[in-house]
Write a protein that binds this ligand. Structure first.
Ligand code: DGY
Length: 324
């Protein structure tokens, strides 16, 4: 008999067909008004879950006594209580690697958009304000040749370092849980304390996973260390930054600007003070959101799920001491 899974992320026809060959699929649209109720109904028979952007708390997991695997269509696993899943004997898998380059592209898009005021000035042109050649009031600041400070030197951090060093001739500083001599050799990057990075970098780019040790990592004290002409870019998670402190620093122009793809509350409320500020470029968590990369992530998640349900150790197992 086929195992049963609950799917709560839309898949391409080809991937859905592949999944349906192997398992019985119950689709739940968690964004629908009755989404949570339908999820609760489906959980008791589920051997696997495949989806993203849903906090699966212990109350929901209690409804799924047969659950063997959660295949998350994301690299970030901050929506899950990993220790609890391990205790329950549930495998958790994620989709690293396939989104690295696209997410680093997003980081650079935010650096460039914020530094060169792309969104603000494109809106200005669209509103018909371009009547004469520009003066300094509309100038931006250079990216090439500046100092890029990367907080978190994992795969995405390294992909940013490569873009900065090779593409833009930037000096690269990084702060991470440990020094990475191979990264230093490749990109002439320098490992330094968070304080030194914040003090020296023109662009501070956050790529750390959200955890107890990174929540609120950038608060008022850290923002005060940044240069007044520096720009903060967050492609990690909103809660890595104290958003209220950031809003204050931006309002008071204590830093030049911020490029933000992630927020404490997502979707970002339309009345967020961040959206009142010309020196902020805010995007709707598009880190990995290209057709190619989202398909590759979904394929990876399907592979992870089918492998786990076939009794194998899945390729991207997060909780290594789970039963697999
Ligand atoms: C991830 O994969 O974690 C991205 O942030 C998309 O959610």
């Amino acid at each position: 008999m086929k195992k049963r899974i609950v799917l709560y992320k839309r898949l391409s026809d080809a991937l859905l067909a592949r999944l349906e060959e192997q398992v019985e699929v119950t689709w739940v649209d968690t964004a629908a008004a009755d989404g949570l109720a339908r999820l609760r109904d489906a959980l008791p028979g589920a051997h696997g879950l495949l989806g993203a952007s849903l906090r699966l708390d212990s109350e929901l997991l209690d409804l799924a006594p047969q659950l063997e695997v959660i295949s998350s269509v994301s690299v970030g696993v901050d929506n899950y209580d990993i220790a609890d899943l391990t205790r329950r004997g549930v495998m958790l898998t994620n989709t690293p690697d396939v989104l690295t380059e696209t997410t680093a592209d997003t980081g650079f898009a935010l650096i460039l958009a914020t530094a060169r005021r792309v969104v603000e000035l494109a809106g200005w042109v669209r509103e018909g304000h371009w009547q004469a050649s520009l003066g300094p009031a509309h100038f931006g600041t250079d990216v090439h040749g500046k100092t890029l400070g990367i907080v978190g030197m994992g795969r995405i951090g390294e992909a940013l370092a490569r873009r900065g060093a090779a593409g833009f001739g930037m000096r690269v500083l990084y702060h991470s849980s440990r020094a990475k001599p191979e990264v230093e050799a490749r990109y002439a990057a320098r490992y330094c304390s968070l304080e030194a990075l914040l003090t020296e970098a023109d662009y501070v780019c956050l790529t750390v996973p959200l955890s107890a040790s990174t929540e609120g990592l950038i608060g008022a004290r850290e923002l005060a260390l940044m240069k007044p002409e520096a720009i903060l870019v967050n492609i990690a998670r909103g809660r890595v930054v104290d958003e209220a402190a950031l809003i204050e620093a931006l309002q008071q122009k204590r830093i030049r600007g911020a490029g933000l793809d992630v927020f404490v509350q997502e979707p970002l409320a339309a009345d967020s003070p961040l959206l009142q500020l010309d020196n902020v470029v805010a995007t709707p968590h598009i880190g990995s959101a290209t057709h190619e990369t989202r398909e590759a992530m979904a394929r990876c998640a399907v592979d992870n799920l089918l492998s786990a349900l076939a009794g194998q150790r899945p390729p991207n197992l997060v909780n290594h001491n789970s039963p697999a």
